[in-house]
Design a binder for this molecule. Structure first.
Ligand SMILES: Nc1ncnc2c1ncn2[C@@H]1O[C@H](COP(=O)(O)OP(=O)(O)OP(=O)(O)O)[C@@H](O)[C@H]1O
Ligand SMILES: [Mg+2]
Length: 441
């Protein structure tokens, strides 16, 4: 304690590094005066720090590295109030930025659907998750704020994310991040699990109907949660149509094959059509205005933007009761932006990270399904090898991922075949794409 007081007076922490954040306003002012830095008399703490940093350059320690001891001290109530106001203002800016990215018609809190959607009672509320993060050792208001803003709003999100990503996204230091991950893992009891525990986990997997009995049977009841499911095939094989249908079906009551949840649609090709949602909703006797309201839409304009949208979605899942995330198409931007042999490795690496971001969402939320589409030509390119055989070229390599190969049949008929899913039976399912959506032949 004596050390801390001492450190405050001369601005040095116990390692002899100058830590401006730990100094009082008075000390900061005299520190600045000693160095001929002009400080306006009414300047606030953070303004003084900024002025000093501008004058002194980078040798002053980054406060984010120091978040273990970040219980900030304020000189008086006024400064404390100002600090809180600053935090709130930052939040507002974040929110408005976010609105630009995701288009969600429903500003007025989700009105409950007749499709009986919206409230999720099976898992902890967002508030509970945030409380758990707050209870981790070393997490003060500032760290909490950084974590939440970068989408790490639950113990699971922290525990399952590689440290480097937490550091990059939140701005926290290496040591703080390592401590947070360790503490989150301990609290969650992550380590070896028995087969029985894994079975308990898998028993909670729920399924969304595809609207086609044979297709559902092939998938042991429908599109399962907790996995990334990849639909791949040539153009017009029904990938986008299936994605639309699932956005509607996820909202259905559980006894009708839904998850009573909402959908998040990340559209990279601009092919999302509300008109199709309306047609599909009407075919199921649903109120299409409510169905549309429960779809959160994000248009990704390039691969960076696509990656960002997925990272941002972490904060939406609880808040909007998202049970299905669509990325249609997963690959298109990457394919067009990274052309030529030399860039292939880079592309694969980015894509791999992107898939891991998606995979992590399903690890954190076992009641979430993630569906992605991927166009392949009849002559499968270097990207995939032969799509119907297992080759080492798959970018989607995670064990829980299911790949579904689609091809055209006669007229409106399409054929689905499961590839690479150890727990699913072999075989084809024939379905149709009509005005009413996915259906029986
Ligand atoms: N309103 C509709 N009524 C009937 N069939 C439709 C309707 N809209 C689309 N389809 C069918 O869906 C097909 C297009 O499928 P979809 O858009 O899912 O292709 P895709 O596999 O996503 O192709 P791409 O790789 O080009 O994105 C059309 O060829 C048509 O058969
Ligand atoms: Mg499509």
């Amino acid at each position: 304690m004596a050390k801390a007081v001492e450190a405050k007076n001369n601005g040095e922490n116990e390692n002899g590094i100058i830590d401006l954040d730990s100094m009082t306003v008075k000390d900061l002012k005299s520190y600045a005066t000693e160095r001929d830095i002009d400080v306006p008399s009414k300047a606030r703490k953070k303004d003084i720090i900024k002025l000093i940093k501008e004058n002194e350059g980078p040798e002053i320690e980054d406060p984010s590295e120091n978040s273990d001891s970040e219980i900030e001290e304020y000189d008086d109530d006024q400064e404390l109030i100002e600090a809180f106001n600053d935090l709130e203002n930052e939040d507002e800016i974040e929110d408005s930025d976010f609105e630009d990215v995701f288009v969600d018609d429903d500003d007025s809190n989700d009105e409950d659907l007749e499709v009986d959607s919206i409230q999720d009672s099976s898992t902890n509320s967002l508030d509970d998750c945030i409380k758990a993060v707050k209870s981790l050792p070393g997490v003060g208001e500032a760290t909490l704020n950084k974590l939440i803003k970068s989408g790490f709003n639950s113990l699971e999100a922290i525990a399952y994310t590689p440290p480097k990503i937490i550091q990059e996204d939140s701005g926290l230091g290496e040591k703080s991040t390592a401590k947070l991950i360790k503490a989150s893992m301990e609290k969650l009891g992550i380590g070896f699990k028995s087969g029985e525990e894994i079975w308990e986990h898998r028993k909670n997997i729920a399924r969304i109907t595809t609207n086609n009995k044979e297709f559902d049977d092939l998938l042991l009841g429908g599109i399962e949660t907790g996995s990334i499911i990849e639909f791949f095939g040539e153009f017009r094989t029904g990938k986008t149509q299936i994605m639309h249908q699932l956005c509607v079906n996820v909202q259905l009551p559980r006894e009708k094959g839904g998850l009573e949840g909402n959908a998040l649609y990340i559209d990279t090709e601009g092919t999302f059509r509300p008109e199709r949602i309306i047609q599909m909703s009407e075919a199921l006797d649903l109120d299409y205005t409510k169905v549309l309201k429960n779809i959160v839409y994000g248009r990704a304009y390039n691969s960076d933007h696509q990656i960002l949208l997925v990272k941002d979605s972490a904060n939406l899942i609880k808040e909007k009761n998202i049970k299905l995330i669509i990325v249609d198409s997963l690959i298109a931007h990457f394919r067009s932006e990274y052309i030529g042999r030399g860039t292939l490795a880079n592309r694969q690496q980015l894509l791999n990270q992107h898939l891991h971001d998606l995979q992590r969402l399903t690890d954190i939320h076992p009641d979430l399904a993630v569906c992605v589409t991927n166009q392949v030509s009849s002559k499968p390119d270097v990207f995939y090898g032969n799509p119907t055989t297992h080759t080492g070229g798959h970018i989607v390599a995670h064990g829980t991922t299911i790949r579904i190969f689609l091809r055209k049949g006669k007229g409106e008929q399409r054929i689905a075949k499961i590839i690479d899913a150890p727990h699913l039976p072999e075989g084809d399912a024939v379905f149709t794409v009509t005005e009413a959506g996915i259906g029986e032949p």
